[in-house]
Design a protein around this ligand. Structure first.
Ligand code: AMP
Ligand code: ZN
Ligand code: ZN
Length: 425
């Protein structure tokens, strides 16, 4: 009995001692009479990491310890549903603006703008006429939050005459390590110049999957490399004692599916469509499209529609008046007059265009699970260890404005869908 009592006493003493220690430590770490400039700045910072081609399930199929750890510490969505077509430019710009193509004008990687009679290509990254709506860096800058973009679709064009405070011209030769170092360098700026919103972009996973196929050894290897650079970035943030204030949003833009030379529909077997303009199929060397838009006069469009509507069981053809609501491609000027949508994994092409790959691609209907991307968020704003229902790429803008504490511009995202990500106040 005495023995038990003395043990209890000892435990109590240890507990009291531990409490005193905690209180003392807290007092020591509290800022005392320091001036504002000396105080550690713990304003939340939002870091948006875009991993091109990060299919929703890729981190389950290949080792990605860092991304999986962030998912465990934060929230992972079962999927991120892209906009149609599930290509890079429409999706990264829908992420940036929270707007569907019908509201931001980025209709595909190659976009025809009838109002300007101009075709925009990925190399036209500096032409602000392409990019409509209000991207996140504009919303941030206009509300006093500095933005820095280590690449992002649209960020090299002076959209709304408000470029990010810091940005880089897209150049695929800039190594992933250099991209991470640039982000850390921006965070090392004096507090008054330091960005509160930063984007970072990697295309390597998308390229590997295109070249070698879904689930290939190359895809596995490159995902591991990207996972490692994200780990370096986290280490760099930790070394700067910035990690506790970072809200990190990791997004893919679409998924990926394997192709085959046996799954090609040759449109010229059914009709001559050369008098219509198609950003994906016009031109001598253009073919093998996952999605084809056409522009032309009513009579020509009707003729092509009638010839193709029931031509092949693996594709569907829509006139502008028939677009299902979920297409969200009814832009006032840039809406195509006709759209051909092959099934997932099928291509539409022309007889004289040879199929030489890629092994895998994307651009197909966002309704197919193969096209869904991944979403992982982690940081003080978010819940921990939670999996949520699929979100849409247009929801990301609202997540970013909420973590930044700024007022969003009008957008197509759903406040209801993003709610489960956030820690209750
Ligand atoms: P996709 O054809 O849809 O697979 O496009 C992926 C490619 O888009 C990448 O390999 C990059 O070369 C390119 N890309 C990504 N971001 C940008 C950008 N901001 N400006 C120009 N090209 C880009
Ligand atoms: Zn992409
Ligand atoms: Zn791609």
């Amino acid at each position: 009995m005495t023995c038990l009592r003395s043990l209890w006493h000892t435990r109590m003493q240890i507990r009291v001692f531990a409490m005193v220690l905690v209180i003392c430590t807290a007092m020591v770490s509290l800022p005392t009479s320091a001036t504002a400039a000396d105080q550690p700045d713990n304003q939340p910072i939002t870091l948006l990491i875009g991993i091109d081609g990060l299919r929703w399930d890729i981190i389950d199929r290949h080792p990605a310890p860092t991304l999986n750890r962030l998912a465990e510490q934060g929230v992972r969505a079962q999927g991120l549903i892209p906009v149609l077509p599930s290509k890079t430019f429409p999706n990264f710009y829908a992420i940036a603006t929270g707007l569907y193509p019908e509201n931001n004008g980025v209709m595909d990687n190659t976009t025809y703008a009838p109002e300007l009679d101009t075709t925009f290509r990925m190399s036209d990254q500096n032409d602000a006429r392409w990019f409509q709506g209000e991207p996140i860096w504009v919303t941030a800058e206009q509300q006093g939050v500095r933005a820095a973009t280590m690449f992002w679709v649209g960020s090299a064009a002076p959209v709304a005459d408000t470029p990010p405070s810091y940005w880089r011209q897209f150049d695929g030769n800039v190594s992933n390590d250099e991209r991470v170092q640039q982000v850390l360098d921006w965070l090392d700026l004096p507090e008054s110049q330091r960005p509160g919103f930063i984007s970072l972009y990697f295309e390597a996973v998308d390229s590997a999957s295109h070249d070698a196929g879904v689930d290939s050894a190359e895809e596995r290897q490159v995902l591991a490399e990207v996972d490692t650079v994200v780990a370096h970035l986290l280490k760099g943030l930790e070394a700067r004692e910035l990690l506790p204030q970072m809200n990190i949003v990791i997004v893919g833009d679409h998924g990926m599916t394997d192709l085959s030379g046996d799954r090609i529909i040759y449109l010229d077997d059914y009709v001559d469509f050369s008098h219509l303009h198609s950003p994906q199929l016009s031109g001598e060397r253009q073919g093998n499209a996952v999605f084809a838009a056409f522009y032309g006069d009513d009579i020509a469009v009707e003729e092509v529609y009638q010839a193709l509507a029931l031509a092949h069981p693996r594709m569907r053809v829509y006139r502008k008046s028939q677009f299902p609501d979920w297409f969200r491609l009814s832009h006032p000027q840039r809406a195509p007059d006709l759209i051909i949508l092959p099934d997932n994994g099928w291509l539409v092409s022309k007889r004289d265009i040879e199929f030489r790959g890629p092994r895998a691609t994307h651009g197909f209907s966002p309704q197919h699970r193969d096209m869904h991307a991944g979403l992982i968020v982690s940081g003080p704003a978010f819940r921990q260890g939670v999996t949520v229902e699929p979100l849409h790429v247009v929801d990301i803008y609202g997540i970013l404005t909420r973590t930044l504490g700024i007022v969003p511009a009008r957008n197509d995202g759903s406040p209801r869908r993003i709610e489960p990500l956030f820690r209750p106040d």
